[in-house]
Design a binder for this molecule. Structure first.
Ligand code: AMP
Length: 113
């Protein structure tokens, strides 16, 4: 079976799309950006989706949000605002079975409700 696309990126130490890396996550630019800023915060460990998390994943889930805000600050969009999104399963349109957090902003976003 083919390796998941994000696992391939995580292992590729020369990938120029990796704009941030620490011991727990990488951050890449989305290949099909939905806004001026569209980053993906991806845990190095391959959790397939939110369906696979439990209390043991509280530290990594918290870390995703801390890194997301750091990335927003670097992009200069903390004050203008941004959206964090995580798709779970088919109805949400999850395409890649490797849990990840979308950071979307840099422009006014359509209201969600
Ligand atoms: P999701 O629908 O939540 O699974 O989101 C997957 C996201 O990954 C989509 O926004 C895709 O555009 C993005 N994506 C897929 N393959 C790549 C890739 N090789 N590099 C960067 N982004 C990707």
């Amino acid at each position: 079976m083919a390796e998941c696309v994000f696992c391939t990126i995580v292992r590729d130490t020369t990938n120029e799309n990796i704009i941030y890396k620490d011991d727990k996550v990488i951050v890449i630019k989305d290949i099909k950006p939905q806004a001026k800023v569209h980053l993906l915060i991806i845990p190095i460990m391959c959790l397939k989706s939110l369906a696979y998390i439990g209390p043991g994943q509280i530290p990594i889930m918290g870390h995703l949000f801390v890194v997301a805000e750091e990335m927003a600050r670097r992009e200069g969009i903390t004050n203008s605002g941004y959206r964090l999104a995580m798709n779970q399963g088919e109805d949400a349109g999850q395409q890649v079975a490797h849990l990840h957090l979308h950071l979307i902003g840099g422009q006014s976003l359509a209201a969600m409700g």
